[in-house]
Design a protein around this ligand. Sequence first.
Ligand code: SF4
Length: 140
Amino acid sequence: MANNLINGTLDACRAAVALFKDRSRSKTARREFWALEPEECTGMLNDIGMSPAEFDEAMHPPYASEDLLTLAMLSVGIDPDDFDTLEFARSHFMSRTCITCPRRRKCHDRMQAFDFEGHYRDFCPNSENFLKLLRKRCDA
Ligand code: SF4
């Protein structure tokens, strides 16, 4: 009983520390982004189809500073650096979908558990795009 209580308290502390670190990383990423040259910021936001206000808003959800798109691609077997992948991701606004995704916590947890590839079809807003990219790779 006492052990359960202690373990529960430790888990809550660890979760609070992780949340604090995550918030801190997101704040740093946001600050570093806006420290770039204005044209660079505008170019990058145009590339992913976001306004400055949308980008700021997107820095609040969990794991906002983490590149979950690249990790997701690697997890399902897509080369994130392949030219065709980059073109497809750009034209289908995959980065925007990831950055504004309401499932980032679940996505992150699945990545941590190394079972994203087995479950992403159930919750990932980019799942259709991943499937199209995988089909393209098979057709090539
Ligand atoms: S669930 Fe899909 S869209 Fe959402 S952050 Fe993860 S990879 Fe991106």
